[in-house]
Write a protein that binds this ligand. Structure first.
Ligand code: FDA
Length: 398
């Protein structure tokens, strides 16, 4: 038994490492166990290898949870500016890509190296390739692994969620939380491409690879970014964002010409270029392949852009085209699931955790942090910030 630790942290990912650093800096004896052969594997692949490590516009309303207020405390106590200061102290060059999203100029490896250096300086013991085979609790938590037994008065669940199982992601923290009587908000894939079926699928598949600036709306939630047609349906940032809000059977409404009074534009073209085809005028706004596909048959098989010259279009016809393209309706058949999801929605119910310390209210010493908790951020650095913030707060409380 390796029994002289103050805390055992399960998961050497973003949240677990940050928690280990905070606790280690306070003098706690920390061991981090991970079943993977290397630490921070999701950090390494994130942001296309450049890690979108935080966002300048972090705000609690950009996180989904059954308790909208739960994330506020941690996000305020360890902010995006705190993480950025750490990145700067390590001399890691970064840039803002778009919408406040901060990426490394170089490589995500720099973020992992930074976390590892901080953990080493704080005296943290990191053990990789340790498969946990059992967890029990008497006066201390006892963790049995393929590499020996560890015990401590505090246990932190930081193994993330089941998104991308082929990378070794598991629902382990959910299972252990349940073992200790914590409730779960049913997990589901989020920030995930959506699939289509029937004629809508044929329409999208034909356009596979075409991207267009659009708004995607579901209910009262709307995002404006690119959407991308794929051979299975739709993806791209606006779709990934809206996927976290979408529910089965629901309709997503796309505005393919956002920010434009399309009817006014078409009336203007009718006056200025009466002999031009309608699809040519639409082609000024949309990628050529998309304009052509809309003329041939929309997602329900009906042509949304009728044949003919601008001069022959009535006001009513113009309004119909403008209406169809600014409220382009898709009912996804489903999502591409955990295999393609960037994160997991749902997880350990925040009602059972302290928002200040991430400690289970009914199980003293047990903490849950990061993606395992029912807090899910928008696309764009929000999920890493939740990992840093929740990990830091738990690390201060151990
Ligand atoms: P994380 O998944 O980071 O760490 C969990 C750790 O636990 C891993 O090291 C894993 O090996 C280990 N583990 C799992 N099961 C275990 C078990 N049974 N026993 C022991 N160890 C176990 N977010 C963002 O803000 N910006 C971005 O750019 C991206 N990009 C991105 C790209 C892709 C492809 C994906 C899949 C995800 C992103 N994300 C992202 C999301 C981000 O990666 C995610 O929210 C955080 O990594 C969550 O941090 P955690 O520490 O909670 O889990």
């Amino acid at each position: 038994m390796t029994g002289n630790h103050d805390v055992v942290i399960l998961g050497a990912g973003a949240a677990g490492l940050m928690c280990a650093i905070a606790a280690g800096q306070r003098g706690c004896r920390v061991v981090v166990l991970d079943h993977a052969p290397k630490i921070g594997s999701k950090i390494l692949i994130s942001g296309g290898g450049r890690c979108n490590f935080t966002n300048l516009h972090i705000a609690p309303d950009r996180f989904l949870s059954q308790n909208r207020h739960f994330a506020t405390s941690a996000l305020k106590r360890y902010t995006q500016h705190d993480f950025l200061a750490l990145v700067n102290r390590h001399g890691i060059a970064w840039h803002e890509k778009t919408l406040g999203q901060l990426f490394c100029d170089g490589s995500a490896r720099q973020i992992v190296a930074m976390l590892e250096a901080e953990a080493t300086a704080a005296g943290v013991d990191i053990r990789t390739s340790h498969t946990v085979t059992g967890i029990s609790r008497s006066d201390r938590f006892e963790v049995t692994t393929s590499g020996g037994r560890f015990d401590a008065p505090a246990l932190v669940l930081a193994t993330g969620g089941p998104a991308i199982p082929k990378m070794g992601a598991t629902a382990f923290s959910h299972d252990v939380a349940r073992q200790f009587g914590l409730r779960l908000v049913p997990p589901r894939p989020a920030l995930v491409p959506l699939t289509l079926s029937g004629s809508a699928l044929a329409f999208a598949a034909n356009l596979s690879g075409v991207a267009v600036d659009a708004t995607a709306t579901f209910g009262r939630t709307q995002f404006r970014e690119n959407i991308l047609f794929t051979h299975r349906g739709v993806s791209g940032p606006a779709i990934l964002q809206i996927s976290s809000y979408w529910r089965e059977g629901g309709e997503i409404v796309l505005d393919l010409c956002p920010g434009l009074d399309l009817a006014a534009f078409l009336r203007e073209r009718r006056k200025g270029r009466p002999k031009a085809e309608l699809r040519t005028a639409i082609g000024e706004l949309l990628p050529a392949r998309l304009a052509a596909a809309l003329a041939e048959g929309g997602p329900d098989g009906r042509a949304l852009v009728p044949a003919g010259t601008m001069a022959n279009l009535s006001d009513k016809a113009i309004d119909a085209v403008a209406g169809a393209l600014s409220a382009f309706r898709l009912t996804p058949a489903g999502s591409e699931g955990y295999a393609k999801a960037e994160v997991t929605l749902g997880g350990v119910d925040t009602a059972d955790l302290s928002s200040r310390t991430m400690e289970a209210k009914a199980v003293p010493g047990l903490h849950v942090i990061g993606e395992a908790v029912d807090v899910t951020g928008w696309l764009g650095g929000y999920n890493f910030q939740w990992a840093w913030s929740s990990g830091w707060c738990a690390g201060l409380a151990i």
